[in-house]
Write a protein that binds this ligand. Sequence first.
Ligand code: SF4
Length: 331
Amino acid sequence: MKKRVFSGARPTGRQHIGNYLGAIQNYVSLQEEYQCVYCIVDLHALTTLQGAEAVGHIQQNIREMILDWLAAGLDPKRSILFVQSEVTEVTELHTLLGMTTPLSWLMRVPTFKEKVKMQPDNVNYGLLGYPVLMTSDIVLYKAEFVPVGEDQLPHLELAREIVRRFNSLYGHTFPEPQPKMTSAPLILGLDGVQKMSKQLNNHIELAATPQETTERIMTAFTDPARKRKSDPGHPEICNIYRLHQLFKPGKAEEIAPQCRSAAIGCVECKRLLAQEINEALAPLRERRSELATRPEYVRDVLAEGAQRARAIARETIREVKDRMGLISKGT
Ligand code: SF4
């Protein structure tokens, strides 16, 4: 029996190459060794989106995201792919775990404090309860591993604390989820400074056309010290070079000395990168276009995923309620 991995991602719509290199490729390779449960966490999205913004975006974002996931190689025959709110047991477990999680643990979470500063007009309960819902996502499926980067380790540690507390009060029910450390690279955006992100508009969408990809790359920042083509460059600090390394390592090796000796200009270097990215993503883009013509198939994938997830979730909820004394034994 394969061990189970859980990962959730907010419905952010079309995915970009930062998502692809940083998470999706890893999701795809984990399918070889684990039973993977991949969830689009739409309830979490409601902690930051509200009203018309939520209504107008969530469904569209889910559709775009699942198209990218499937096109990139997530396989609904091997993995369970579904939308969080379709398995309502997660909200039930959220309530039950909420009864055993001390408020002080939640109030000290740095991301909660940051969110309070970022959205002072919308400090909702969901922001505070976020770690409890996140823990519920993971343990509802009794996942043993969660793929995380260094920056997400504290969140997982809190989930483990919540699990430990529940297990100590009611008996061993959940495995303590272990981090499955990913060596995923941090992908900087076209500004060369901040992490690639849609919000910062420094991204390249996986589904972009080859022309759009080229145009976006041509706007990217490079080595700031290289003002003229004749100035020697420093590839080690240039984000374009980093992307060459990720998409075509052999080409990067050729480019480094050419950049240092000013034998290649940044415009040409960017054109080469655009070509590499377009070549590498061509099969994914073709699959995506084909999937987009079959919305009923995509709907079925999510419906079937939710059904499989629900079957596991129901068993867990029954066990948890039993442990907590919520099931009548007929006495
Ligand atoms: S030649 Fe390429 S690697 Fe060198 S600074 Fe320009 S874009 Fe960066």
